[in-house]
Design a protein. Structure first.
Length: 346
């Protein structure tokens, strides 16, 4: 990406996502979408390459990402229904399902595995050290030991890192801008998630600078969500920040509903929360990451080795604000924040 796209150069989340398309294409089937490349030099004639897609939640939740990945393949001249097969396997938000799903993709002898999130990537890594793995999104692949370095991954894994932990600090800054007197914030995270731990460190640094007290609430299962919101109420929290993780993301409808019910302004770690009626999202464009994942698949099918393909970082960030959600909790979004949004839901 050019220096203009570097989030570190923007003290405020700027209009970085203007090229981000809002692709809300909904797919109907879960398993076995058919796609195809015209250029498959590395394949034997007549052999149809198979891509395994290992996803953390469910088809309905990730439809925009899947469509972005398919669009990425189409942009590279790959035509659906011709000579590539995609096997979709879904964990439905249950972390313990990943090892069996990864083993299933190995049994299916797929040519490439595409993963979403660190747990999926680690499970795929444990299942195979020969089948190439492309990460569509991993917060800290070096820290979690998935790759040796971003420049030289070294093994059978490459792809995209969303290593932008400073984003968490920017999210807290945005909350402070929409609630100027903000002094206490509930933080929803999962102590089992490496990305959540990184984000918490950054949030703590920002909180110190902004004079905000944080109340960390650990969400390890769906049953912890109501408990967390009750604790936030007792702790007199004035806003909520989500750090992500499979459990939180798979329960986002309930989280959004409880935030509204508690009349708490909230900023979320994934744009999917906005589809569930969330108030605000700021972060890397996940559809752009999935579109870019297709370029890795293309290179690998043409004979490149994951070890030699550097891991890339986000180049598109987006700020989405939901005015309907703001109205529900009686919140006015300041015009200067609204002016910076890439998308406003009215």
């Amino acid at each position: 990406g050019s220096r203009a796209d570097d989030p570190a150069l923007h003290p405020h989340p700027g209009r970085l996502g203007h090229r981000v398309m809002d692709r809300r294409a909904f797919i109907t089937g879960g398993l076995g979408l058919l796609l195809a490349p015209l250029a498959a030099e590395a394949q034997q004639p007549g052999k149809v390459p198979r891509i395994g897609f290992l996803m953390s939640t469910s088809p309905s939740t990730l439809s925009a990402r899947i469509e972005a990945f398919r669009q990425g393949l189409r942009e590279l001249g790959y035509v659906e229904g011709k000579n590539i097969v995609i096997e979709h396997l879904w964990a439905e938000g249950k972390l313990d399902r990943f090892p069996a799903l990864a083993a299933e993709l190995v049994r299916l002898k797929v040519d490439v595995i595409v993963t979403w999130g660190p747990t999926a990537t680690l499970s795929a890594k444990e299942a195979t050290n020969t089948i190439p793995i492309v990460m569509a999104n991993d917060a800290d692949p070096v820290g979690s030991g998935v790759v040796a370095s971003l420049a030289r991954p070294g093994g059978n894994i490459t792809g995209l890192a969303t290593l932008a932990p400073e984003i968490s600090g920017k999210r807290l800054e945005l909350l402070k801008e929409i609630v100027p007197k903000l002094s206490r914030v509930a933080v929803l995270g999962a102590s089992t998630s490496t990305s959540s731990a990184l984000a918490l460190k950054e949030t703590e640094l920002a909180a110190g600078a902004l004079g905000v007290k944080l109340q960390y609430l650990d969400v390890l299962g769906p049953k912890d969500i109501e408990t967390a919101f009750r604790a936030a109420g007792k702790g007199r929290a004035e806003a909520v920040i989500g750090l992500g993780g499979v459990v939180l993301n798979s329960q986002r409808t309930q989280i959004v509903e409880l935030a509204v019910k508690s009349r708490l302004p909230a900023i979320y770690p994934q744009s999917d929360y906005m589809d569930a009626g969330g108030l605000m999202f700021y972060g890397p464009s996940v559809t752009d990451l999935h579109r870019r994942a297709a370029t890795y698949v293309d290179k690998i099918l043409k004979g490149r080795k994951p070890a030699d393909l550097p891991v890339e970082q986000p180049i598109k960030f987006e700020l989405i604000i939901n005015l309907k959600a703001a109205k529900q909790i009686g919140l006015t979004i300041p015009p200067n924040v609204l002016a910076r949004a890439d998308k406003v839901i009215r």
